[in-house]
Design a protein around this ligand. Structure first.
Ligand code: NAP
Ligand code: F7E
Length: 358
């Protein structure tokens, strides 16, 4: 696998086996939100960290740069749609732990690109698993499963045993990748675990996701902008945690003697409009909500400025109305607990965007 020009490169594409002591990990999706935080965590634990980067006109390394770790990781060109990319990577870069975080991760886009989403999020995973089983069956594997698999929820709260009912091409593809990971574990004895992660956010969250769209929009308004944030369904409820806490859970899953599947969640669910209010408070705004449906608006009591409007362009063909997770298994078996609550998260993101807008 050829390292990219922008990254600290290995001189030979074949990387020797890890020396005794330090572990080596590979992260697909290392340029994304979770990939960057996981790379930071593994580096702090003394791992040698390798990651996959997609060929783009402009390499997507901003998050790794923000965390100050771009020069501490080794990047390899990798697209999950290309079987031979994965084959050469696994052959040339032996690792102890393989974290599959790459995905077309935006649920809204999955209705516009259902086949591409299914290929990356579904088939991409079985490509990795089959190459690992063939070339490196001892490698421990993590699959990024999601609360979106619960969709139209069949129980409240949702735990590992709750039946899945996906509501989007994204969710359906993730159900396939979840079950194929379980199947490879059961069929071939692989150390393969799925983290069923509920929404987790951070200042590095992509700007199309609702939390970051809100905090960036509020930061602009607090800095004098006058464009209200256009949002879709304000009543959907999510169980939001901090991405930095959740990557710790991923790592803990792969340190267990026995592979398993784990929900990571805070256990608290919050409507979108309350997240807006929490983020606004952190920027010294106090919101009044008025109206219903398409006419609902939020206004800042102190400045009188309109802050939120509803725009049906952001409604989805099918919605996931309520998510709230039960992370008891992760608490008991992994000793994992989230440290940041939703108010703290909204404030952290709003203040980071406010500073960046300066
Ligand atoms: P993200 O910020 O969107 O990152 C996704 C990563 O996947 C990026 O590095 C992206 O590369 C890469 N990627 C996309 N398509 C690819 C392809 N065809 N081949 C190789 N790489 C590709 O997502 P995230 O929030 O960090 O989420 C990480 C994983 O957890 C995803 O699998 C997501 O579905 C899952 N998940 C996320 C959450 C959450 O709340 N964040 C919850 C549950 C599960 P580029 O930088 O080039 O775009
Ligand atoms: O939407 C509503 C929208 O796009 C959350 C991904 O990381 O978490 C994420 O998926 C809710 C939905 O995240 C807007 O209808 C209202 O009900 O931030 P989101 P998501 O769909 O929950 C899961 C766990 C993943 O696995 C995914 O990879 O917010 N909403 N108005 C809006 N959403 C967006 N994006 N934009 C709006 O204007």
């Amino acid at each position: 696998m050829t390292p990219t020009a922008t990254a600290p490169a290995v001189s030979d594409p074949t990387v020797p086996a890890p020396s005794s002591g330090g572990k080596r990990a590979f992260i697909t999706g290392i340029t994304g939100q979770d990939g960057a935080y996981l790379a930071l965590l593994l580096l702090s634990k003394g791992y040698e960290v390798h990651g996959g980067i997609r060929r783009n006109a402009q390499p997507e390394t901003a998050r790794l740069e923000t965390l100050g770790i771009l020069d501490q990781v080794t990047l390899h060109n990798l697209d999950l749609c290309e079987m031979t990319n994965i084959f050469r990577l696994v052959q040339d870069v032996p690792v102890d732990e393989f974290y599959n975080l790459a995905a077309q991760s935006f649920v809204g886009a999955s209705w516009d690109q259902p086949i591409y989403t299914s290929d990356v999020n579904g088939m991409g995973v079985v490509r990795i698993l089959d190459v690992l089983r063939t070339l490196a069956p001892e490698t421990r594997f993590y699959q990024a499963s999601t609360s979106e698999m619960f969709g139209l929820v069949q129980a409240v709260p949702q735990a590992e045993s709750t039946p899945f009912y996906p509501r989007s091409p994204y969710g359906a593809a993730k159900v396939f990748s979840h079950y194929i990971t379980v199947n490879y574990r059961e069929s071939f004895g692989m150390h393969a675990s799925c983290g069923i992660l509920f929404n987790h956010e951070s200042p590095l969250r992509g700007e199309e996701f609702v939390t970051r769209k809100i905090t960036k929009g509020l930061a602009k308004i607090a800095r004098g902008g006058n464009a209200p944030i256009q949002l879709g369904n304000l009543s959907a409820r999510r169980d939001w945690g901090f991405a930095g806490d959740y990557v710790e859970g991923m790592w803990r899953m792969l340190q267990q003697d026995t592979p398993d599947d784990y929900v990571l969640a805070t256990g608290v669910t919050t409507p979108i409009r309350d997240f807006v209010s929490f983020a606004a408070e952190a920027l010294d705004m106090a919101l009044d909500w008025e109206g219903e449906g398409l006419d609902e608006v939020a206004t800042d009591r102190r400045s009188g400025r309109r802050v939120v409007e509803v725009n049906p362009a952001f409604f989805r063909p099918a919605e996931v109305d309520l998510l709230v997770g039960d992370a008891a298994r992760a608490r008991t078996k992994l000793g994992w607990r989230p440290r940041v609550d939703v108010r703290g998260l909204a404030g952290m993101m709003a203040r980071a965007d406010y500073d960046a807008v300066a």
